[in-house]
Design a protein around this ligand. Structure first.
Ligand code: BES
Ligand code: MN
Ligand code: ZN
Length: 513
């Protein structure tokens, strides 16, 4: 099996015009009246090629646009890629991240070995350099990613690695870029790790093999430990939700418990924060079987859990001074003679009983056990991530994830992390009106509500299991499933949530870019 593209990131102090590289990348704004200093200097050496492109209107520097010019003996670069940054006043860190991603994606397509990014110069000090360094590193990982480990024959192969450097002529500025590059590389690589495991099909990733991947990850990281509960242990503990969903499959369910314990005082008290992720390795719907069209995409129903796994990787590699649990309930939702059925009443880990009205509403059935586990571990803050409802997709489309919760401060902190990470979220309700719909006549709860507001009723169900903890829920159904390729991303899993959650935890611990 092929490894994913190995992205090697560094910074270098070098004159941009003289920089020897396969691909020099510079940014331009669509509303700039004239070329900035750097681009003007390059343009002069390239005999007016940049000016011609813009004057002829072949390159308008719109968001996502790019154009490649070939170098000559007056500059060090073999190629110069102009990347559009859109309107100057609208530029944010995500503009830089996407520009770096677009440049990296194109470079992989062109089989370029070394890419030198000088994107920050266009911003002229408007954004903070470490933050730009981080965004460039995250973007370079994101854009160069492609999932092809099972492709054994291809006409247009690719290189095994890509060197990406952030360049500046001033050592002081290079140093600042480097501060952010280090954390950006960790986060970007964690996101790529998430995408690979998420993209793997359900015959490769099932609860036991996902647990094995988590164990392997924990073995390589000093502060990270991993314990896995198998079916027998789940039965002893009474985790009825996870067991019910997993009962129809040949693959037994698992509950994966990761724990990041930093050295010193921060780690001594045990984690007060839990990240909980839904890992349904395949969601056929179970007895309430889904239609055949696009059912293959339900291999991505494990993404929430994998995002938690990858975030734990980033948290451990960054050495964040805060204890964190990563809780991943995992099952395969299949129809079969042993499956749970509509009408069944399940006693969950919390003791609350749930009437199953639809076996396809399985995410909440496994999450409720994991949420209650976090409560029993005395976690004060619980954030869950799940490809939970098609209804969230209907509500928000593919542009942002749903955010629900019971604590204003936590919601705000996540919204801030979202701004910084470029992973968009939208606050939605999940209060009493919705909770009322989840009451059953013959059990404490039922697992589906009415026809309307499905994302909100699902969240309201989860809310019943978090006790007094501060809780937030991210419904990432629209964000990670069936994503098509764009200018800056390959198709398939996006690993949405890794940047958001890591940023949230970095902010919480006062860790700078
Ligand atoms: N994994 C699905 C949610 C989903 C659907 C994610 C489409 C991405 C795209 C979830 O388990 C599910 O099947 N939800 C049902 C809930 C319903 C039965 C209340 C849904 O959304 O239809
Ligand atoms: Mn389902
Ligand atoms: Zn599902």
């Amino acid at each position: 099996m092929k490894e994913i593209i190995d992205v090697k990131l560094k910074t270098r102090t070098v004159d941009v015009g003289k920089c020897k590289t396969d691909m020099l990348v510079v940014g331009l704004f669509s509303d700039a009246k004239r070329l900035d200093k750097l681009n003007k200097a390059l343009d002069r050496k390239l005999d007016g090629a940049i000016g011609n492109l813009t004057k002829l209107g072949d390159f308008k520097a719109k968001d996502g646009a790019s154009s490649v010019i070939y170098g000559n003996d007056k500059i060090g670069a073999r190629r110069v890629m102009l990347v559009g940054l859109g309107e100057k006043k609208k530029a944010t860190l995500d503009t830089v991240r996407k520009a770096a991603a677009g440049a990296a994606k194109k470079s992989v397509e062109m089989k370029v070995k070394t890419v030198s990014l000088a994107l920050h110069t266009a911003l002229g000090g408007r954004l903070d350099l470490p933050a730009i360094g981080r965004a460039c590193a995250e973007g370079a990982c994101f854009g160069s990613y492609r999932y092809d480990e099972f492709v054994t024959e291809s006409e247009n192969g690719r290189l095994g690695s890509l060197k990406v450097e952030l360049i500046d002529s001033e050592p002081a500025r290079t140093k600042k870029l480097k501060e952010g590059l280090s954390s950006g590389a960790v986060i970007g690589q964690a996101q790529s790790y998430a995408r690979t495991i998420a993209n793997r099909p359900a015959n490769v990733i099932y609860p036991a093999s996902l647990a094995a991947a988590a164990k392997k990850l924990a073995r390589g990281l000093k502060t990270l430990s991993c314990t896995v509960l198998d079916e027998k242990q789940l039965t002893t503990k009474g985790m009825g939700g996870i067991l019910a969903v997993g009962s129809g499959s040949q693959h037994e369910p698992r509950f994966i418990v990761l724990k990041h314990t930093p050295a010193g005082k921060a780690g001594s008290a045990g984690p007060k924060i839990a990240l909980v992720g839904k890992a349904i390795t395949f969601d056929s719907g179970g007895i309430s079987l889904k239609p055949a069209t696009n059912m293959d995409e339900m291999k991505l129903d494990k993404t929430g859990g994998i995002v938690v796994l990858a975030t734990m990787k980033a948290v451990a590699e960054l050495g964040l001074p805060i204890g964190v649990y990563g809780l991943i309930p995992s099952a395969e939702n299949m129809p079969g003679g042993a499956s749970y059925r509509p009408g069944d009443i399940i006693t969950t880990f919390s003791g609350k009983t749930v009437e199953v009205q639809n076996t396809d509403a399985e995410g909440r059935m496994i999450l409720c056990d994991a949420l209650d586990y976090a409560v029993k571990q005395k976690c004060e803050t619980i954030i869950d991530v799940a490809t939970l409802t098609g209804a969230c997709l209907v509500a928000l489309g593919r542009y942002m994830a749903g955010l629900m919760g019971n604590d204003d401060k936590l919601i705000k902190q996540l919204q801030e992390a979202s701004e910084q990470s470029g992973e968009k979220i939208w606050h939605m309700p999940s209060g009493d009106e919705y909770a009322k719909e989840m009451k059953s006549k013959i059990a404490d709860l039922k697992n589906i509500g009415s026809k309307w507001g499905g994302a909100c009723t699902a969240a309201a169900f989860l809310r019943q299991f978090v006790g007094d903890a501060k809780w937030a829920h991210l419904d990432i159904a629209g964000m990670d499933m069936f994503q098509k390729a764009t200018e800056f991303s390959a198709e398939g899993s996006t690993g949405f949530g890794v940047r958001l959650l890591t940023t949230y935890l970095m902010n919480l611990t006062g860790t700078k870019a």
